[in-house]
Design a protein around this ligand. Structure first.
Ligand SMILES: NC(=O)c1ccc[n+]([C@@H]2O[C@H](COP(=O)([O-])OP(=O)(O)OC[C@H]3O[C@@H](n4cnc5c(N)ncnc54)[C@H](OP(=O)(O)O)[C@@H]3O)[C@@H](O)[C@H]2O)c1
Length: 342
């Protein structure tokens, strides 16, 4: 085995990866040399240039909420070895049924439905989870997009039925999903209010929010202002509070927050929606290449600019996840492998 001095990559059929074999805090991860995955006929092998960290990686690392162990994991021990759902890189090998991509193509996408694996030199993905990356968008920018931006889009356009001219509030506007949601809502012609903590107000203003509310000083649910659409990534209030803050025909979409609140919204949201014409609902994002392609266009036209808080090397994935879990990030946390390479 030899190692490329410039990239630190191994040749042959081995690769560097950040692996784990038990649930726990970020110390469960270690960087190891493992076998490079082999794509099947409908998959491609991607040479990963950048990956981003998502709350989903944190849940799978901890095996919490317990439901994720049924969905992806393994009840006692994780079945997945390598986490990382958002990747950008170059296609290295294509399966024989793949016609959309060729070796050398720059691509990005959400590989969660293909078994994760983005925190590694190489990952396999089914071709229908990927879109082409244009030269105007860097690997770093592309890698932070798939989960967070598509969640924001599906919450606003799908579940929220956003319309131009609406008053839209994004609760948790400074995070990964929130920073995309503010910009996507503006692109639909909405008047956007972002809610975040004091030190993150400037970033939310800078991405185009018309108003920013500091939740450490005021409660938007107690204002007289009401909203046509509330997209909530923090679930910091009760459903009754959110309902009160909606216009008579308004819609509330819960995307994230503490698990208990998510279950409350799943159970009681439909019940509370029966009375009157306000609508309270949950969103579970479904990776979808058409939605990703829609966001890609917003990126290429400069309508949406990813907010990248910090960059970590592959070996620093534990620190990257710890940082995200601490809630300090403004926007997205990135893992770079060889993001400046061609
Ligand atoms: N439904 C789905 O399919 C789906 C998909 C992706 C993500 N998610 C979920 O969505 C949530 C957000 O994800 P993310 O990637 O955006 O996480 P993130 O980057 O950590 O952002 C969360 C943001 O919430 C803000 N926040 C915390 N307490 C708040 C409060 N009381 N009021 C308003 N904002 C508050 C934090 O900013 P401040 O420091 O400013 O408070 C933080 O920036 C997570 O729970 C994640 O699991 C769900």
């Amino acid at each position: 085995m030899t190692v490329d001095a410039a990239t630190g990559r191994q040749d042959g059929d081995k690769m560097n990866a950040v692996v784990y074999s038990e649930y726990g805090d970020p110390s469960v991860f270690e960087q190891k040399e493992v076998d490079r995955p082999t794509p099947n006929d409908s998959e491609v092998l991607i040479d990963v240039r950048a990956a981003s960290v998502n709350a989903g990686d944190c849940h799978l690392m901890r095996g919490s909420p317990f439901l994720v162990r049924f969905m992806y994991g393994g009840i006692l021990q994780p079945k997945l070895q390598i986490l990382g759902m958002d990747v950008a890189g170059r296609v290295e090998v294509v399966g024989k049924n793949v016609t959309r991509f060729h070796p050398g193509d720059a691509v990005f996408g959400d590989v969660s439905k293909c078994g994760f694996g983005g925190f590694a030199d190489y990952v396999v993905a089914t071709a229908d989870t990927l879109v082409m990356k244009s030269a105007d968008v860097s690997f770093e920018e592309a890698a932070v997009v798939p989960t967070a931006a598509v969640t924001a889009l599906q919450g606003l356009r799908g579940a929220g039925q956003i319309q131009s001219g609406q008053n839209v509030l994004i609760n948790g506007a400074s995070g990964g999903v929130g920073t995309f949601a503010v910009q996507i809502a503006k692109s639909f012609g909405a008047d956007v209010t972002g809610v975040c903590s004091t030190e993150k107000m400037e970033i939310v203003r800078s991405i185009g929010a018309d108003r920013v509310i500091d939740y450490t000083r005021e409660e938007f649910t107690e204002h007289r202002q009401s909203y046509d659409l509330i997209l909530d990534t923090a679930a910091s209030h009760s459903l009754f509070d959110y309902k009160r803050a909606l216009t008579p025909e308004g819609t509330y979409v819960m995307v994230g927050g503490p698990v208990g609140r998510l279950f409350q919204a799943m159970i009681f949201g439909p019940l509370l929606s029966v009375v009157g014409s306000k609508n309270l609902r949950n969103l579970l994002m479904e990776p979808n290449k058409d939605d990703l392609a829609f966001v890609k266009e917003l990126l290429e036209t400069g309508t949406v600019k990813p907010v990248i808080d910090s960059r970590y090397a592959l070996a620093e994935v534990p620190e990257a996840i710890r940082y995200l879990e601490e809630g300090r990030a403004k926007g997205k946390v990135l893992v770079t492998l060889d993001a400046n390479g061609s």
